[in-house]
Write a protein that binds this ligand. Structure first.
Ligand SMILES: [Mg+2]
Length: 224
């Protein structure tokens, strides 16, 4: 029987794509760079690639911050200081916390039945600010983040740390809900907790990869 639920944050509770788009617009305005729709696409693709490399331990988060916007500006043919943009992006992203459709409602529902914990690789302080801004913090028992120790999803160690932090800690009593097959679901599987994949973009499901698949957050009510 499930007693605790781990929740991914970006693109599970908070709409990272919308928040990133607003952040980029705001930073570009400051830097005097013209914003166009293709910039978000390039950002999301480069950002995804870099985060997957962090998941595979080929890259550190510090390296991501050092190279992310230089790569994006190069690809877009924009002459601007990637380092300055990264600073603006990081400091402003925490001001945009746009919930995924139904996120607050599902937090209300789940928190009445289970203890809830966020489990994310993004910087801790940024998570606190964004979860507070979006009104989600009252539903969350604890924000779990081990990036400062170099421990990130999908490492088994990340999930072991989560079980240590969660009370009760038996794996049979814990579930994870997340949008990333490589980070949330593969990681959850590695330690044997119940996995719920939030297939928010309507990807073709892969059989046997997760215990449950949902396409909208309200579908969680059919499972938990
Ligand atoms: Mg996510």
């Amino acid at each position: 029987m499930i007693k605790a639920v781990l929740l991914d944050v970006d693109n599970t509770l908070l709409d990272f794509n919308k928040s990133a788009s607003e952040t980029i617009k705001s930073a570009f305005k400051e830097l005097g760079i013209k914003y166009s729709a293709d910039i978000l696409d390039v950002f999301l693709r480069v950002n995804d690639t870099l985060w997957h490399r962090i998941e595979k331990k080929e890259l550190t988060r510090e390296e991501l911050h050092r190279i992310r916007w230089s790569i994006i500006f190069d690809e877009l043919g924009i002459t601007a200081d990637g380092h300055e943009m990264e600073g603006l992006f990081l400091s402003r992203l925490e001001n945009f916390a746009i919930p995924v459709d139904g996120a607050i409602d599902i937090l209300k529902y789940l928190s009445a039945k289970y203890k809830l914990y966020t489990a994310s690789n993004a910087p801790y302080a940024q998570q606190v600010k964004r979860l507070t801004l979006s009104g989600m913090i009252p539903y969350i028992e604890k924000i779990l983040n081990f990036g400062n120790q170099g421990i990130n999803k999908p490492q088994k160690r990340f999930f072991e740390e989560c079980l240590n932090a969660v009370s009760p800690a038996k794996k049979e009593e814990v579930a994870i809900i997340g949008d990333s097959l490589s980070a949330d679901i593969a990681g959850g599987k590695s330690i044997g907790i119940t996995t719920v994949w939030f297939n928010r973009t309507g990807e073709k499901p892969v059989f046997g990869l997760c215990d449950y698949t949902i396409e909208k957050l309200s579908d969680v009510k059919n499972i938990l």
